[in-house]
Design a protein. Sequence first.
Length: 122
Amino acid sequence: MVAAIIERGGKLLITRRPEGSHLAGLWEFPGGKPHPGESLEEALRREIREELDAEVMVRERIDTVEWAYPDKRVRLVFFRCAIKGEPRALEGQEMAWVTAADLSRYDFPAADAALISRLSGP
C-alpha cells in the first residue's frame, strides 16, 4: 500500500474510508494498492488521479510500516507529496485539510499511529 502525505498551506489532506471498505469510517492519508509491475510512485500518482482527480508530485519516502490486523497484514509506504490543482472526492469519500496538531482528533487505522504521532509533534 502507498499513501500520500500532501501538505498545502500548513495543512495536511486526509480522507475517510468509505462504507464497505476495510476499516470503513476511519480517516487515512489518500493512496492505495500498486498494480503488478507498477512502482510505488506510479501507483501513488494513479491512485490520487482516480480518487481525487488531481496530480501529485511524489517526493521523499518518509515512513514504511508493516502491520498485522486480525484479518490482514499490510505494508504501508508513506511519501511526502505536493499536489497540483484542487482535489475533489471522486468516490464520495469525505476529505479534510487539517493541521498536523489536529490529526490526533481523527480516528485513523492503528497502522498509522506512529506516523500520526511523529507528524503531530510533541
